[in-house]
Design a protein around this ligand. Sequence first.
Ligand code: ZN
Ligand code: MN
Length: 461
Amino acid sequence: MGNAIIGLEVHSQLNTESKLFCSCPTTASEPNTAVCPTCCGFPGAKPVLNKKDVDYAIMVALALNCKINNEFFFSRKTYFYPDLAKNFQITQYEIPVGQNGFVEIEGRQIRIRRVHLEEDPASLVHEGGMGASSYSLVDYNRSGVPLVEVVTEPDLESPQEARKFLDALLTTLNYIGVYSHGESVLKADCNISIKGGARVEVKNVTGFRAVEDALEAEFERQKKEVAGGSKMVQHTRGFDAETKSTYEMRTKESDDDYGYVSDTDLVKTHVDEAWLAGIMKRMPELADAKAKRFEKQYGVKGYDAKVLSSSKVLADIFEDCAKIDAVIAARLVSRELLGILNHNKLSLTETKINSGGISGLVSLVKNAKVSERNAKESLIRYALEGIAPKEFLEKNEMLIDVSLGELERAVKEAAAENKDAFSEFASGNTKSLNFLIGIVMRKMKGKADARQIQKILGEMK
Ligand code: ZN
Ligand code: MN
């Protein structure tokens, strides 16, 4: 652990169909087509709060062990910039949806200060390169898109721990159904200081990986500054993802500069018992609880249980397949399948993989209808080409359709033709075992299960 003091403000989009305060869609292909007087800030246009976004924010706050405020409201955060047509952002300042929660990372509690809702500003598109010919375009499609902001206390002690925290947070958001790994955009403001030094905020870091990179770069920079005798001054920096370095933006603004005032166009939100109870009923089982249950219910090892619970889609696929055989399902999903996805830099959602395809393969493996090697080959094809394993194995005649009698004959033949190897195997030599399995495999043209061959050989000893 380093001696860094880190606090994060993480913004994640909530995937409701319409924006936070108007009925414009949250997705659009052409610039400035998903817009209306409200999200463009025309005078007199009135915002109306999207209830589904409140539901989501409450779910996030509950999952992070926060206290839910039964009454909260929205405020205007004033600043002047082309991405903000109204000259203020509607956000929550005085009373957020939830507060005082925590997340546990490897036995350590990271306190959550608050969870609140706010609207995203528009996006600026910079054109024309650098210099005098450069100009910027504004796309208001993003203006008013719902965001949930999670603010931690400065409890994180190193950039690595910050990454672990983000990992846990994003898994939670994924379970609630508001975040897709590899698809959803995450933006974080990262506050970091060295013990005793002034706090530096690295603003608007985009993406999960970039947060750790930005923190690492800024931590190293501060260490060098301090070692060189400089005194740290509180200020705001940006992060350049290409050079992996931070750069000075401006001296830090304070909350006073934003001149928060409550938004009188919006009514207060009251969360009564019935509303909260309804949400609690709909809360999904979260990753930690699921991992523990997988260990208990299916006898899955701790590491595998954690990996299998790291995303909801993956956990659901495993659980469907575990009904057939939990041990085979755990091995095929957490080791083989994830290995293939990582190797090809694919996320599960980018493939056509579903539990029907995987459970078909689990059945075949369980019934010794496919060799380990062909099972793996079929998983690779499934991930890359989307052909279900069973279909692929059938089409390529890779299924084991020979009788046990035929296999026994081949094993006996192999043993008789290789007497030395067989007696070495009988006295415990694994090399000879693998050699004999190879001979039988060749005789059977690959349509045999190595474990079954080993079993027959064992009975012949
Ligand atoms: Zn709108
Ligand atoms: Mn914010």
